[in-house]
Design a protein around this ligand. Sequence first.
Ligand code: FAD
Length: 382
Amino acid sequence: MIAVIGAGPAGCYYASLARGREVHIFEEHQAVGSPVSCTGILTDSVRRVLGDIPDDLVMSRIRRFKLVAPGGRGMYVDLDKVNLILDRAAFDRHLLRGALASGAVLHLGERFTGFERTRRGGYHVFTTRGRYLAQTIVGADGPYSPVAQAAGLYRDRRYVTGLQARCRCPGLEEGVTEIRLAVGEFSWIVPESASVARVGVIGPEGRDLQRDYRAMLDGFTPIEDQSGVIPVHDPRQRLRKPGEEVYLIGDAATQVKATTYGGIIYGLLAARFLAEDPHAYEQRMAAKLGRDLWISLQMRQFMNAMTEEQAEKLIEIFERDRNKQIISRHDRDFPSKFIVQLLMKEAQLWKLGFGLLRNRMRGGRFSSRRPGVPRTKALYSS
Ligand SMILES: Cc1cc2nc3c(=O)[nH]c(=O)nc-3n(C[C@H](O)[C@H](O)[C@H](O)COP(=O)(O)OP(=O)(O)OC[C@H]3O[C@@H](n4cnc5c(N)ncnc54)[C@H](O)[C@@H]3O)c2cc1C
């Protein structure tokens, strides 16, 4: 039996691909897909993983980005390929249907509490309802990953907090996502309809973030809180307990790009690679995403060091036609290609980069270690 812990997108998609094997998914919540802690924005590259996304899962489509500097100066970037805004709960349930169709068994309201190795080489998986015998354990259990903790793979994990609410917003520009530079680490107003948007900001937990969030919500009426926690990618994170059949995918494995803190597509890719060949999983992930994850971490550190004047300068640089074209075309899930193109074409970016490096060396803020992270008792001892 394969025990998949967590029925988020990574866990459900993995279970849908493990056809022909006995798969059990354990989900601590009573329903799949809720509560929602996500903006649900996906680039077109999701189609390379899942194919076309059914229309009933898509609430709106984004054709333009509006970048706004702290002084109010803004610019539009037309996207070559539209971004999709998902009904995130429906998306998770859609992936779950695929898993159930492949024969997976779902255990709702059942929390994983730990595991131990059996004498015969398998694992006893412990949950709030009992004990199961498994040959493989897949931790798709989100940022705090109790599986990573029980397997000794948790490391010194860092987090950012995403504060987000669905809001009634008068005067929304449909099809346009607004990004406000130098507000939190990353901030957004993403319309899901003509009058409702997902409004949020990400950064280290604390007073500054609360202040930025209040500023983002100014003039809007919140109707649903969708806040949550996001792990910061750790390049040294192991995806597999060495020599064991215990794996991590998605947020559990910190597979999140640090530029925008999106993790859905990376988690889906991880699920696919693991299902296709567990033993090549770590190497394939490193080859496919290692560079992009690393570059997005570096970009994040530079962006965190940006002053308001530098944000204005960035807009000025991006407004140049040749740069705008590169940004319009690029896929932000895979930044390594476009960042090289931009750096090759734009000497001003180097100058700005050196300025940011100086700020960084004087000390910039980055993610926080979350106090009081719930620890799962590590039943496994190697
Ligand atoms: C405010 C916010 C906005 C975001 N916006 C975007 C976005 O626009 N685009 C994007 O790509 N990403 C976004 N993200 C990140 C995205 O939500 C995650 O990367 C994604 O949900 C990760 O999927 P996952 O399946 O790995 O984990 P999750 O979706 O976290 O699923 C993990 C599952 O495991 C379950 N679980 C945990 N512990 C246990 C246990 N002990 N036993 C049983 N079950 C357990 C949880 O209940 C959960 O259902 C956002 C995150 C936040 C907080």
